[in-house]
Design a protein around this ligand. Structure first.
Ligand SMILES: [Zn+2]
Length: 183
């Protein structure tokens, strides 16, 4: 297997001892993994990463996730908040470039009482089109959804790659790794 110089991965190996990660948390596992395409991690920055959401399926539905394992927005430091906000803005730009939606729903479900299902903070970004409310009823086929997810991944990957301040690719594989966004 070809060795690729990837300083952010080294950073993450070092961070894997950190008490801010939690065993059994899928988002912490994705943050530490390098199987980005398989995990549908499409972009990474110093403070977090962008993950495609597969259920419930909505085309282009992405989540912006800080690295630190906390379910509380109020627990983020100012530096983490800024890094998170910048990544949200980049994600919005990528969604607009990739899908040209009529609008985007963006927000949080904080705590079980608000519908939060994973105790690791994540911002949803859901592109919307006029008249798309019945989309789920139309597409229920699993294979169709898998293909649509692959397509969404490629589109978003390309859109993030086209933004400024991204690290150049160092391998020839076809978008297997997330786009690395510089601070
Ligand atoms: Zn976590």
């Amino acid at each position: 297997m070809e060795q690729v110089f990837a300083p952010w991965r080294i950073e993450w190996v070092e961070r894997s001892e950190s008490p801010t990660e939690r065993e059994g948390c899928v988002f912490c596992a994705f943050a530490a993994s390098s199987d980005d395409r398989q995990n549908r991690v499409v972009a990474r920055s110093e403070h977090g990463f962008v993950l495609l959401n597969n259920y419930p399926y909505n085309p282009g539905h992405a989540m912006v996730i800080p690295h630190r394992h906390t379910g509380e927005y109020t627990a983020l430091s100012e530096e983490e908040l800024l890094g998170h906000a910048v990544l949200k803005q980049r994600t919005l730009r990528a969604i607009e470039a990739a899908f040209d939606p009529d609008g985007v729903n963006m927000g949080y479900n904080l705590g079980a009482g608000a519908g939060g299902s994973i105790e690791h903070l994540h911002a949803h970004a859901v592109p919307r089109w006029e008249g798309d409310t019945n989309f789920m009823a139309v597409i229920g086929d699993t294979q169709v959804i898998v293909e649509a997810l692959e397509d969404s991944y490629d589109r978003l990957h390309e859109a993030f790659s086209a933004q400024g301040n991204v690290q150049p690719r160092e391998d020839d594989t076809d978008a297997e790794q997330a786009v690395r966004i510089d601070p």
